[in-house]
Design a protein around this ligand. Structure first.
Ligand code: C2E
Ligand code: MG
Ligand code: MG
Ligand code: MG
Length: 280
């Protein structure tokens, strides 16, 4: 009896596993097609100077316009893209699209692009970035690259040298999702970041947990000492914004200022539109 129960369990487990594998394979095939058929879109979310409230640039965030499932957010396919290596062509697509789009924006606006740790393992990443800049005509000073701490854990020396090369040509480097990973403060001193982006989980608790204020305040102090600026991501309320200004954060980003939008829906020249509205 126990033998057959065991066999049944095994069968069920096996079926569930193969169903999961099949779903995964379908998704992988679909994603491969999506890249080839240009079903990926880059949306843009503004980030602002916290003191002046003026817009400083946009972060490029990928979305997948699936023919049957609609718009799929990156959390549902980036991990798979990383496991299958598809992140390499996907990442190059986003980089090229973002540079080409930003080249048409007013020249005081930056564009921030997320790079996966997997892309860092590609020997030609520097050439890919240079080609994206050259082909779009975007000045390297207007490109910011966001990376997460995981890049610093592996191949530290190589990645450090690579980051120095990017900085040397004028590209800015941001440490994304700060505080969520294996945050070691020594990374901050060892790698040449221009900016730290504090993860939105800290912002969420800001207005009801004094501890969050203390953490953000320490990050700001630390960043100042290292000559880096600080962005708070995921700012949703005016109350959070006020608190962050008081804590001397340099940049803010979040739904309060704008959601990620397709390129044809972002207002590029707010001041012109405002004066046109005023004149009308
Ligand atoms: P991230 O780089 O930390 O991007 C910020 C995420 O927070 C975005 O989610 C954005 O839509 C969301 N967000 C912005 N403001 C708010 C807010 O006020 N409240 C809340 N709750 N969320 C807010 P999204 O677009 O779903 O992207 C998720 C993650 O996927 C990104 O996190 C990034 O790690 C990854 N990702 C997105 N695009 C790319 C890409 O082109 N390449 C790579 N490698 N990763 C990407
Ligand atoms: Mg980011
Ligand atoms: Mg982030
Ligand atoms: Mg993130």
């Amino acid at each position: 009896r126990s033998k057959s129960a065991g066999r049944n369990c095994f069968t069920i487990y096996d079926e569930a596993m193969s169903a999961e594998l099949e779903a995964r394979n379908t998704l992988e095939g679909d994603l491969r097609d999506a890249i080839a058929r240009c079903q990926l879109e880059v949306h843009y979310q503004p980030f602002m100077d916290a003191t002046t409230g003026t817009r400083r640039g946009f972060e490029a965030l990928v979305r997948w316009r699936h023919p049957a499932r609609g718009l799929i957010p990156p959390d549902q396919f980036i991990a798979l893209a990383e496991e299958t290596g598809l992140i390499v062509p996907l990442g190059e697509f986003v980089l090229r699209r973002a540079c080409a789009d930003a080249a048409n924006w007013p020249s005081d606006l930056m564009v921030a692009v997320n790079l996966s740790p997997i892309q860092f393992k590609e020997a030609d990443l520097f050439d890919v970035i240079c080609a994206a800049l050259r082909d779009s005509g975007l000045s390297p000073q207007r490109l910011e690259i966001e990376i997460t701490e995981s890049v610093l854990l592996e191949r530290g020396a190589e990645n450090h040298a690579f980051m120095e090369r990017l900085k040397h040509i004028g590209i800015e480097l941001a440490l994304d999702d700060f505080g969520t990973g294996y945050s070691s403060l020594s990374y901050l001193t060892a790698f040449p970041f221009d900016k730290i982006k504090i993860d939105k989980s800290f912002i969420r608790n800001l207005t009801h947990q004094p501890r969050s204020s203390a953490i953000i305040s320490s990050i700001v102090t630390l960043a100042r000492g290292l000559d880096m600026s600080v962005t708070a991501e995921g700012v949703e309320t005016a109350e959070e914004f006020e608190r962050l200004k008081a804590l001397d954060v340099n940049f803010v980003q979040g739904y309060l200022f704008g959601r990620p939008l397709p390129i044809d829906q972002i207002e590029l020249d707010e001041s012109t539109e405002r004066s046109q509205r005023d004149a009308a």
